[in-house]
Design a protein around this ligand. Structure first.
Ligand code: C2E
Ligand code: CA
Ligand code: CA
Length: 411
């Protein structure tokens, strides 16, 4: 822990009484390097100087000139790496929305405080404080990879498939896996896909990447099938893969070569920002694959990337409710409404439903009580290497048998 008095805090609020009150509260908790600003412009001036740039900002959302949200945008422009706490008299829903916005901008946020601010709430938040040095180190390790590095990772087979189980909420049976690629970087260790997929998409490498992932996944599916484990294997396909009609021939050929039934292969599709207005080719590819009995899954349902129009135009057989609407939906009315609506729509359309991001028993229980078909998430299992898979299946089956996992069929 570093000494509180060394941490630079900036309070931005148009209400001068609030500035005084928060300064006093902070001082009582040992935070004495505090500056107070009653408008965004003054605050930005402090941020622009290395010696006055704060480690933590307490930001009021409602201000007459530059409001809190606008201020956040300026922080993004300045690549601000400190932490943020939102302070507002708005209701919980509004604060949560603002919190999501800040997260989307990738600004580290400690949380939010309702006005009138209670000292114990402020102290609770500050206890979550991560020492600044650790934060900066984390940022430093967030190296941005370039197209050539990714290209050689593909060529050198440094991309490794992990598999995350999908299980039936009704019976507990393991019905399939989703293939999730990771980069085993020779120097930097394990790199998650969020750090290289979009770069591959932007630089025309996504076909090579998907090709490799698909080949590895189908070879693994063949091993599972030959050992009597009939799993449905899902592969993530970006819309950019569907730009050329060759893709469908490529998939069909590989599946046939591996002696796999198309019914045991799912393509999970998410829309990417690069997708143009001409949807005819993707539509044709997906329709033809569905005619051949491949499963098509609409991924991240409910997020901006997956629209109702896609649901209307593409013959999806599975809908994946995005993890953002699953985890904690049991305790959050807004999430719950979106979760319920997605589930009910999928059912009405005769689709199978997978809830992603099932992280704890409460999430699992919601799925069970609402009749969701399948669960995927860390509560069931994190993504696994094939070598760890059989052991996990045995463990999972015994947890179900022993009643440690409650399934709908037995209740
Ligand atoms: P996705 O398809 O939505 O995959 C689910 C992500 O949620 C995975 O992250 C998974 O590790 C994570 N996850 C699973 N269970 C939980 C949970 O209980 N809680 C939380 N918080 N997260 C959970 P991952 O592996 O980092 O993948 C991120 C995204 O990268 C994927 O999102 C997918 O869009 C993309 N991706 C992964 N592999 C491929 C690929 O081979 N090709 C393409 N085009 N995209 C891929
Ligand atoms: Ca997916
Ligand atoms: Ca997803």
């Amino acid at each position: 822990m570093q000494i509180a008095s060394k941490i630079k805090v900036l309070i931005l609020d148009d209400d001068t009484f609030m500035l005084k009150l928060l300064t006093r509260m902070l001082a009582k908790q040992g935070y004495t390097t505090v500056s107070a600003c009653d408008n965004g412009r003054d605050a930005l001036k402090r941020i622009d100087h290395a010696d006055t740039c704060p480690d933590l900002i307490l930001l009021d959302l409602n201000m007459p000139d530059m409001d809190g949200i606008e201020f956040v945008r300026f922080l993004v422009d300045r690549n601000y790496h400190g932490n943020l706490v939102l302070v507002s008299g708005e209701d919980e829903r509004m604060l949560k929305t603002a919190e999501r916005l800040v997260h989307a901008h990738k600004i580290p946020m400690l949380g939010y405080l309702h006005k009138p601010v209670k000292p114990e709430k402020l102290s609770e938040l500050l206890q979550k404080w991560e020492p600044y040095s650790a934060t900066t180190q984390k940022q430093a390790s967030k190296k941005i990879y370039g197209a050539t590095e990714i290209q050689s990772a593909i060529l050198n087979h440094e991309l490794v498939n992990y598999y995350q189980p999908k299980v039936s909420v009704t019976t507990g049976d393991v019905i399939g896996v989703e293939t999730l690629v990771r980069w085993h970087h020779p120097e930097d260790g394990l790199i998650l896909p969020d750090r290289f997929i979009h770069i591959a998409e932007q630089h025309g490498l996504i076909n090579d990447l998907t090709g490799l992932v698909l080949k590895q996944a189908l070879a693994q599916a063949k091993i599972w099938h030959q050992s009597g484990q009939i799993l449905r294997v899902a592969i993530n396909v970006s819309m950019d893969n569907l730009a050329s009609l060759d893709f469908q021939d490529f998939v069909v050929k590989l599946v046939t070569e591996n002696g796999l039934p198309p019914q045991k292969i799912t393509l999970e599709v998410t829309e990417s920002q690069l997708m143009g207005s001409d949807t005819r080719i993707p539509l044709e590819i997906l329709t033809r694959l569905r005619l051949k009995r491949f499963h098509l899954s609409i991924d991240d349902f409910g997020t901006g990337h997956s629209s109702m129009a896609q649901l209307r135009d593409i013959p999806f057989s599975e809908l994946k409710i995005d993890q953002g609407f699953v985890h904690r939906a049991w305790m959050d009315d807004t999430l719950r409404a979106i979760y319920d609506a997605s589930l009910s729509m999928a059912k009405q359309l005769g689709m199978e439903v997978v809830a992603e991001g099932v992280e704890d028993r409460n999430d699992w229980e919601l799925l069970r009580q609402t009749g969701c078909d399948y669960a995927q998430g860390n509560f069931v299992s994190v993504p696994l290497l094939p070598t760890d898979f059989s052991r996990w299946v045995e463990e999972w089956q015994s947890r179900v048998r022993d009643g440690l996992i409650v399934v709908s069929a037995t209740s």
